[in-house]
Design a protein around this ligand. Sequence first.
Ligand SMILES: C[S@@+](CC[C@H](N)C(=O)[O-])C[C@H]1O[C@@H](n2cnc3c(N)ncnc32)[C@H](O)[C@@H]1O
Length: 201
Amino acid sequence: MGETGLFYSSVIDPMLKGMRKKVTAEVRKGETVIDIACGTGAQVFQLSRKAGQIVGVDLSESMIKFANKKCKKQSILNAEFKLADATNLTVFADREFDVAIMSLALHQFSPELYIPILSEMKRVAKRIVIVDYAVPLPNNFAGYTSKIIEFLAGREHNHCFRSYYKAGGLVAILAQNGLRINRHNFFGGGAFMLVSCSASK
Ligand SMILES: C[S@@+](CC[C@H](N)C(=O)[O-])C[C@H]1O[C@@H](n2cnc3c(N)ncnc32)[C@H](O)[C@@H]1O
């Protein structure tokens, strides 16, 4: 995402309010949370009213700068944002967080990154909440629009989306990576899936 965060926060974030509420509902009061690939920090800000300490991490300097500025402006004291790669979260200890969140990001990663990313999520948190495209996408307006958006997002992004889709989406990818889905629900006309999962025994 080669932008300052202004486009995402003014165009995309307002459309994701329902999703933010669903993710927030998965976190218990006072729990510690890490939001991986946090973008503009909108999910972190929403969670800050309920969670304990929250950290948002992203690989984009401009996103982290944008989120930190907003955090300061809104005087949110229990949140912070750090530049970090989802494939390498060694600055965080094992099980440092109650919950690790990743929303709308897994489908944009190249498949060879699933193992390092999901391993790091399992390592740093006790529970994992992920939101991403449902596979298969429904044959309705939401499903067709999702496919068009992913097509327009550019060649590389679309290639990753198609690999995610071909792999079977969250259900298959999480099972292959030692994660058991404890709860799931669909929303956004059936185009999105939220899963709450933990490491398989
Ligand atoms: C589609 S945005 C999703 C943002 C946010 N999770 C949300 O719900 O709005 C994907 C984000 O992933 C970030 N990203 C891409 N590669 C990353 C990596 N290797 N580690 C951490 N963040 C990454 C991008 O900078 C971008 O902010």
